[in-house]
Ligand binder design. Structure first.
Ligand code: ZN
Length: 349
């Protein structure tokens, strides 16, 4: 059973509190993501959302390896004083939107996002945990969250009470505009870890540019100290993270702390070429129809251990079981499937 713990949904459904700012909508990043999804930005807002949803569901439906996706909410940006900053918020994907989608489509699990500086943060998390949230997501650099801020402590206590993990962006953020890049440093999560929160550092607990490897090393140090420290595999196939991917492959002793995640719809790079993969394996990956299968098989072929693809079920919140009761398709064992794929190729060649 593989769950993708890191899938984004963008919505401009303002009646549910979601929105995409006018400024972000005209940015190059948004245009690249839109074209990747087949969304024409001249479409009406409901049509854009429908298209995004259709493309995402098709990719998941076609996937032979990935059964479920955690759809991530993204709360707004707040000031240090706890005021909502609409002008600094590029995207807000409301908890109402992700809860609705999880109820409507059996392949989605709800990943909520609640800013810890909000006065009602604890009440919101309580309410959403009861409603079936499986994790809480932060992008500190964009939302303006300092994980060491004293206001976070009450939030950490609530997360621990409901056994909800905190999936938090790690390192520099390049897709969304930011308030402060240093807020993405993994060491800012030390207080959460000391409080007993299961912290999942996104993107292999890495950063980009010259900080890439030192940031992963900081993540490894946290993993050495705290058994509740995890990382996900999201965006590690993005073109800028090749060095990080290579580094993770040299440290299999930490693979049991990894969760499968993609960062859909962030595009992936040319790892088959860059890592000199066998031609047949590379062809087999390229021939997959589903984004999720391309991502899964690339990581599998590179040598990430099986545990990393199955971990999510044990790390996500207890409500996960409630959503999985309606398993929409049979589980394919990755090892067998990969062998079958290569075997099938051999037979054809
Ligand atoms: Zn992401």
């Amino acid at each position: 059973m593989t769950i993708d713990c890191h899938v984004h949904f963008i919505s401009d459904n303002r009646s549910e509190g979601s929105f995409v700012s006018r400024q972000f909508k005209t940015s190059l990043t948004y245009r690249i993501l839109a074209s990747q999804l087949g969304v024409d930005i001249r479409m009406s807002e409901p049509e854009q959302e429908r298209t995004y949803l259709t493309v995402l569901r098709r990719q998941l439906y076609q996937s032979k390896f990935v059964n479920y996706a955690v759809l991530l909410g993204l709360d707004a940006t707040y000031s240090d004083a706890g005021e909502f900053l609409p002008d600094r918020t590029p995207i807000k994907t409301s908890n109402k939107t992700v809860m609705r989608l999880a109820h409507d489509y059996s392949e989605f699990l709800p990943g909520i996002s609640v800013h810890p500086y909000r006065e009602d943060a604890v009440d919101k998390i309580e309410e959403l945990a009861e409603a079936g949230a499986v994790l809480c997501k932060w992008v500190p650099n964009t939302q303006n969250i300092d994980g060491t801020d004293p206001r976070c402590r009450r939030v950490y206590r609530t997360l621990v009470k409901h056994q909800l993990p905190l999936l938090t962006h790690c390192g520099r953020e390049h897709t969304l505009p930011t308030v402060d890049q240093s807020l993405g440093e993994p060491t800012r999560m030390q207080v959460a870890l000391e409080s007993g929160v299961k912290v999942i550092l996104a993107h292999g607990g890495s950063s980009t540019l010259q900080d890439a490897i030192p940031t992963v090393n900081a993540t490894f140090r946290l993993m050495d100290r705290f058994e509740n420290c995890y990382a996900d595999l999201s965006a590690l196939l993005a073109p800028g993270r090749v060095k990080v991917l290579r580094y993770w492959l040299t440290r299999p002793e930490y693979h049991s702390r990894l969760l499968f995640g993609t960062d859909y719809p962030v595009p992936m790079g040319l790892q088959q070429v860059l890592f000199g993969m066998d031609y047949r394996v590379s062809q087999m990956i390229t021939s997959q129809h589903s984004y999720f299968d391309k991502y899964f098989l690339t990581l599998w072929a590179l040598g990430f251990q099986e545990v990393a693809f199955k971990n999510a079920i044990d790390v996500l919140g207890p409500a996960t079981q409630q959503w999985l009761q309606v398993d929409p398709k049979p589980t394919v064992l990755p090892a067998k499937a990969l062998q079958a794929q290569i075997g099938g190729r051999d037979a054809v060649l």
